[in-house]
Design a protein around this ligand. Sequence first.
Ligand code: ATP
Ligand code: MG
Length: 577
Amino acid sequence: MAEIKDNSTRLDETQNTENQGSKGYNFVEQLVYDDLQAGKNGGRLNTRFPPEPNGYLHIGHAKAICMDFGVAEKFGGTCNLRFDDTNPVKEDVEYVDSIREDIKWLGFDWGDREYYASDYFPQLFDLAVRLIKEGKAYVDDQTSEEIAAQKGTPTTPGTESPYRNRTPEENLDLFMRMNAGEFEEGARVLRAKIDMASSNMHFRDPIMYRIIKHPHHRTGTTWKVYPMYDFAHGQSDYFEGVTHSICTLEFVPHRPLYDYFVDELADETYRPRQIEFNRLNLTYTVMSKRKLLQLVKEGLVAGWDDPRMPTVSGMRRRGFTPQSIRNFIERIGYTKYEALNSVSLLEHAVREDLNRIATRVMAVINPVKVVITNYPEDMVETVEMDNNPEQPDAGTHAMPFSREIYIERDDFMENPPKKFFRLAPGGEVRLKGAYIIKCEEVIKDADGNITELRCTYDPDTRSGLPGSQRKVKGTLHWVSAAHAVDATARLYDRLFNVENPAAEPDRDFRDMLNPDSLQIVEGIKVEPFVAENAKTGTKFQFQRIGYFTPDLDSTPDNLIFNRTIALKDSWEKEQKK
Ligand code: ATP
Ligand code: MG
């Protein structure tokens, strides 16, 4: 994928690409920097992140958050959190709370600058009234279908509404009565009277207000008319003193309309500057809030924070770190053209960060018992295991070794191919941190399934003893059977089995779900240290298997671990394609 390669050159800060400005800034940062240099807005910098509280945040929002908060942080400005709560039907406090939590988790802070578009409903209403009085807005009695049918196309002008030439007095009377609840939803709208032949479709008498009788989560039943996003957004920026209104590319054609409305308010000294960047789109997932909501509502996932979801809460629950998400976003960068970003690059960033911080432990996912016949029955030794070789100060923890252990069933083969370096009849392997064992006998049940392996150990091969230098090809992870704790593993795979579900308009996106995206494995065996430290948020590397974290559902009596990601990385391979 060319677009990713292009961006990934940003990995190395010293490689200055044409995408970057003089100081390694991305193009948004460069524009902000230039404005500050030029002394615009008295050197003031104020951005905002404006989510609509109609769903949980996803990784696309994280990209916007990193920009909005990041650029403010970088240049000593501030960033507001503004909930664009203009549609009470779809919005809820549950979403407000989750959005706050997710932004904090990502590592950003809006201080006391938490605002709501609904705070500006009075000012917006006043502006609407003024525009009506000045003959710049009118009440239209047509249905939304009729209005849409009159829009025209980019190359043919639209048709003027038969209600377009109502008098200001009549419009004002109707608008007041709309807000008094006299008319049903959909019966009337307030439209800006601009230009039905404009080459910008958004200027063709856009709707400013519609009737909604659903109570609002903040303003209750005060209002019966609610501003459209396009009539609220630009002015909200203005009311808040936002200097740089950073958003995604689909808002480019809306910008002149925002300017048009802000012109009705602003003097020459200040107006927000809108800058647009490309959305984050990720392979093997969908990013539309509408579709994500559908997955939740229809029970196709366990909730907004299902670890397979591209939501911030899902990624947190799965075990992704905020740092890995921020590193990924830094690498894909900000451009002015749309791209599809590979989920393997995100996974690569997750592995990289977890490799740095995760505690190394032993767990056996698909256990088979090994009995070491020449090891004393009731002897238990303690092996000191490195917590993290990447971190010199991470220390060690103790792991018990005894006569009966579990190893991974896949690590044994009765009739192995030539290059199989794990355990086979008559063969030897090292048990990581402990002894070399040799397989002497294979025990099977009546159906021929292997139930136990009988081995002997070489007592001279433990670390610190002379035989510890003896070389064997394979090293296996293991846990002591008597000390192991049972747990459940949830193994996640990609939610969709199609690279870009959004590019398949003829297919129902639900038909593209990966039926194997969750595999539940019960009866895995973890070393005692894992059970003792299975707190939410702990990051483990189950050695040779992958990165795991306790699920929110995990309890001391019923341990459940989410596989965050397997150890194998496909990103480098994908890059060579
Ligand atoms: P919708 O408006 O359809 O409900 P949305 O994803 O645009 O969905 P908002 O809550 O309006 O949701 O988004 C808040 C901010 O996040 C906006 O400024 C928007 O531009 C930005 N944003 C949303 N999706 C992405 C994305 N995929 N990549 C980058 N920024 C995004
Ligand atoms: Mg939006």
